[in-house]
Design a protein around this ligand. Structure first.
Ligand code: FAD
Length: 465
């Protein structure tokens, strides 16, 4: 079959971060592109992920801001929080963004199909809304993922996941959250900030596996100090609904936690069920994610996969980057592998985490000798407010090359700082260049360029003082 005898040059399944970017870029290059979305344009990030989450984070931060304001002379009347109003305002904003996503795809010249799409063969797709079949020379799977519903947990049907958390009719008075990843931690902080009695249950030694150990420990302490119950090395064995509708979460350690809601945040599953992958020769791994090579090509020659469905690095900017690389590879005669090195990232906990590069543990395995610069201090804003919260800044430096190979920040606006530090660390900036940079005074982040002596060194994996 010649390329022009297919209905489309490119068919994208999934209108989320990765799919939309691939469709827009390819259509802008004059390709005949169609994109199918079964639910709402914008995907997880816009509809039930990053964006609504950040709006709830902002909402939850006002309780502390309100208390802090008193130290600065402000007096307010009685405070009142209206959850339905927040959810309605959030929904309006999400609808606005969804319309923009939809319009941008059409403006780029791609055909938008509001339907579930499944593979019927290597070049054939069926649109389930109309049962129509279309063909394409190249297909991109960008179907993302969804929360793991934890079918093995007795009573899981009574629990919510992040998806329902965005649409609760009422703000619960108490919640138990199972999980220790960033989604669990962020929601725990959102609910705590909104005044909900919050318990986080996580089977691991410490929350936020994969992040720097100091950051994990300090955040845990900060959350506990604010009144959150953080129970590591424990898990839920069953959830029972009581006659009054409330829930009992039974933990492995033998405790029974009473709560209005139990939220499961124990990871995400790739959306590959009944997608027709086997019919088209697309192999899945043990966890159901699409197997791809370094250029995002699946085991079927003309089918590619990008974003969360591949379980590489589940972040919006990464899905977008994979889409851009794919369009370079496919349509600009420029084979481009996605670059996963030194990806800055944030956890919108309270306090926030901003991180880029290697953790101390990973750097100790990679480099013979490290210098670690670490400071913990009370940011100036917390003085008049009387707030206890500390900020931590940690730089990890390869002693031989002097390159800063990791930066980890816990404190206000750490996510914003990670974006800027990401440029420096990616560029391979040395500690001497950090030192040569003039401080911005008075800021909390000036400490990034004013730590002149290492706090300790690590040689051959051992701390040497
Ligand atoms: P998605 O955005 O999930 O899009 C997939 C789309 O495909 C969906 O719209 C789905 O409806 C559609 N679809 C699925 N199957 C089909 C089918 N067969 N036919 C048609 N359409 C189909 N990332 C960050 O970088 N920063 C954050 O702060 C952040 N916060 C998050 C918070 C939460 C609660 C969650 C759940 C995720 C968060 N993420 C965050 C991760 C981020 O949302 C994802 O990495 C990103 O959305 C992945 O994009 P994607 O294109 O791979 O998939």
């Amino acid at each position: 079959m010649s390329a022009t005898s297919y209905d489309y040059d490119l068919f994208v399944i999934g209108g989320g971060s990765g799919g939309v970017r691939a469709a827009r870029r390819a259509a802008a290059l004059g390709k005949r592109v169609a994109i199918a979305e079964e639910y709402r344009f914008g995907g997880t990030c816009v509809i039930r992920g990053c964006v609504p989450k950040k709006l709830l984070v902002y909402a939850s931060q006002f309780s502390e801001a309100w208390e802090d304001a008193r130290g600065y002379g402000w007096q307010f009347g009685e405070k009142h929080f209206d959850w339905p109003q927040l959810i309605a305002n959030k929904d309006n904003e999400i609808e606005r963004l969804e319309r923009i996503y939809h319009a941008n795809v059409e403006k780029a010249g791609a055909k938008v199909l509001m339907s579930r799409a499944v593979l019927e063969g290597p070049h054939e797709i069926r649109l389930t809304a109309t049962d129509k079949r279309v063909t394409a020379e190249t297909i991109v799977l960008a179907t993302g993922g969804r929360p793991n519903p934890h079918p093995g947990l007795p009573g899981a049907e009574h629990c919510i996941t992040s998806e329902e958390a965005f649409h609760l009719k009422r703000l619960p008075q108490s919640i138990v959250i199972l999980g220790g990843g960033y989604i669990a931690v962020e929601f725990a902080n959102i609910f705590l900030g909104l005044g909900v009695e919050t318990t986080l249950v996580y089977r691991g030694q410490e929350i936020l596996q994969g992040f720097d150990d100091d950051v994990r420990h300090e955040l845990h302490q900060a959350m506990a100090q604010k009144g959150m119950s953080v129970r590591c090395r424990d898990t839920l064995e069953k959830v029972v609904q009581k006659p009054d509708g409330r829930l009992e979460a039974h933990t492995a350690c033998g405790d029974v936690l009473d709560a209005d809601e139990v939220m499961l945040a124990i990871g995400r599953k790739a959306n590959t069920e009944n997608l027709g992958c086997e019919t088209a020769g697309v192999e899945l791994d043990k966890r159901g994610a699409v197997v791809v090579d370094e250029y995002s090509r699946t085991t079927a020659d003309n089918i590619y996969a990008i974003g969360d469905v591949t379980h590489r690095m589940q972040l919006t900017p990464v899905a977008i980057h994979e889409a851009m690389c794919l369009v370079e590879t496919l349509y600009r005669n420029n084979p481009t592998k996605p670059d996963y090195d030194t990806v800055p990232t944030a956890v919108f906990s309270q306090p926030e985490i901003g991180t880029v590069g290697l953790t101390e543990a990973a750097a100790a395995e990679t480099y013979d000798e490290l210098e670690v610069y670490k400071t913990m201090f009370r940011p100036m804003k917390n003085t008049l407010s009387g707030r206890d919260g500390k900020m931590m800044i940690k730089l990890i430096v390869d002693a031989a090359s002097r390159r800063v190979v990791g930066t980890h920040i816990l404190g206000p606006d750490a996510g914003e700082l990670a974006q800027v530090l990401g440029i420096a660390v990616k560029a391979g900036v040395t500690k001497d260049q950090f030192d040569a940079t003039m401080a911005v005074h008075p800021t909390a982040s000036e400490e990034i360029v004013t730590m002149y002596e290492p706090s300790y060194r690590i040689r051959g994996g051992e701390r040497i003082g």
